[in-house]
Design a protein around this ligand. Structure first.
Ligand code: HAM
Length: 430
């Protein structure tokens, strides 16, 4: 029979790599704690409309990459025909939850973070998966709580710099842009349409459609032949109104004060419709073509689009898969060898070994149990193969005398150790 394989674009994360993931998640949770962010967990499935109305119908994410299906009710009486989607990102879900639970009634700004899987039907390649993981954060709240201020943007970006530092990723570049707001975007859209009018017949069919429906999305086009045309199109930065210009200038000033280097990339619009004003990406050289390690921006107006009250917000999502990859390039392997392999020698010794393992584990010594059916040679070979630091031999003589042979597998040295001192000696050489 043929073996069943994992689905294209998904993968199993196995030890020892999972240690990297756990390290990253523990480190970011710690950073979130000191910046006073709190965890939110939203469902992996949502109403498809949520993404159509937030991420946007003309984006690649919604128009090409969604996993969505029509849900059939189980009983006759149940309403059928609701379209359900696997979430391609988590900002929309967070804002939906903010509205659904009237979170604006809580004091101050909501400072939320999440860690979890997202789904996009992209062409899989290195650093790009159909099930991938994001570590994200959102700051959202009523304007009266200060949610529109560029100080929030600066704080979020500064937190990211701390996060990357904590996790041991250096050599990143912060690219920054302003994509305007609902007041200044229309004039830019007109300028874009005008500029596109003369060249659009030379562009791909997606661009031809987007030039009419949502011209900003033309800038996301990845078709190589369209790139020279896109490079010559007008940029939003030249069309910002007064308030967007001031917001952007203040943000840059704050980042400079905080010594966070950044470059302005006027071409970067990010492939999601909800962004206004600030848009940013951190890129990393070690990642190759999929070099965006994280992306984010401001989404004032999104709450209203989803039926909520005004709730300006800003956030980001780190691609955790790429994060771990960038860390691995730095050569840190984080392998944690097991402290001791307990080798029972002879009949009846499995029991004694289990008792010893229980004692040692209670003292925070990690232990793996052998089998009394193994000869000593096989036990010692197994202990070395699994990378244990010590082998502890448990035979009838050892049990009756209360002294055990402890072999350091690194140096080959063997010593007799009283039962009570085993944990201390094993721990002391970590
Ligand atoms: P995004 O740029 O679509 O933004 O995704 C954020 C990050 O997720 C990317 O920079 C990348 O590292 C990672 N990523 C995206 N697609 C894949 C994939 N197929 N495989 C592996 N990694 C991937 C958002 O999702 C926004 N929700 C971010 C945000 C939060 N904006 C405001 N708040």
């Amino acid at each position: 029979m043929s073996a069943i394989k994992s689905i294209r674009g998904t993968r199993d994360l196995l030890p020892p790599e999972t240690a990297q993931w756990n390290f990253v998640e523990a480190a970011v949770r710690d950073v979130f704690r000191i910046y006073n962010f709190h965890e939110i967990r939203t469902p992996i499935i949502e109403d498809l409309q949520l993404f159509q109305r937030s991420v946007g119908e003309e984006t690649d994410i919604v128009s090409k990459e969604m996993f969505a299906w029509e849900d059939r009710g189980r009983a006759e009486s149940e309403k059928s025909g609701q379209w359900i989607a696997l979430r391609p990102e988590n900002t929309a879900g967070v804002v939906r939850a903010y509205i659904e639970h009237k979170m604006w009634e809580r004091p101050g700004l909501q400072r939320l973070f999440y860690i979890g899987p997202q789904f996009r039907r992209e062409r899989p390649q290195k650093g790009r998966y159909r099930q991938f993981y994001q570590i994200g954060a959102e700051v959202i709240g009523p304007p009266a709580a200060g949610s529109e201020s560029p100080t929030v943007d600066a704080e979020v970006i500064e937190m990211l710099a701390t996060l990357l530092d904590r996790v041991g990723i250096s050599g990143w570049t912060l690219e920054l842009n302003s994509v305007g707001c609902k007041d200044c975007r229309p004039a830019y859209n007109n300028a874009l349409r005008e500029a596109l009018a003369g060249v659009i017949d030379k562009m791909c069919s997606d661009c031809q459609r987007r030039a009419v429906t949502n011209p900003l999305r033309v800038l996301d086009c990845k078709v190589p032949a369209d790139q020279p045309i896109i490079a010559k199109l007008p940029v939003m930065l030249d069309y910002l109104d007064e308030s967007c210009r001031i917001h952007f200038a203040k943000l840059q000033e704050l980042l400079t004060t905080l010594s966070i280097d950044h470059v302005v990339n006027a071409q970067m619009v990010r492939g999601i419709d909800y962004y206004v004003k600030t848009a940013f990406e951190f890129t990393h050289g070690a990642l190759g073509a999929q070099n965006a390690i994280l992306g984010g921006g401001r989404y004032d107006g999104l709450s209203e689009n989803l039926g909520g009250p005004p709730a300006p917000g800003i956030g980001f999502a780190i691609g955790e898969d790429r994060f771990v990859m960038a860390r691995q390039q730095s050569g840190d392997t984080l392998t944690q060898p097991v402290d001791v392999y307990i080798a029972p020698l002879g009949e009846g010794m499995d029991r004694e070994a289990a008792l010893l393992a229980r004692e040692l584990r209670r003292h925070d010594v990690s232990a793996e149990l052998g089998n009394e059916g193994f000869r000593l040679k096989k036990s010692l070979e197994t202990a070395s193969r699994i990378g244990a630091r010590y082998a502890l031999i448990v035979g009838e003589n050892e049990v009756s005398s209360g002294e055990f042979a402890l072999k350091n597998l690194g140096t080959g040295e063997q010593q007799k150790v009283p039962r009570r001192e085993l944990a201390k000696i094993i721990q002391s050489s970590r």
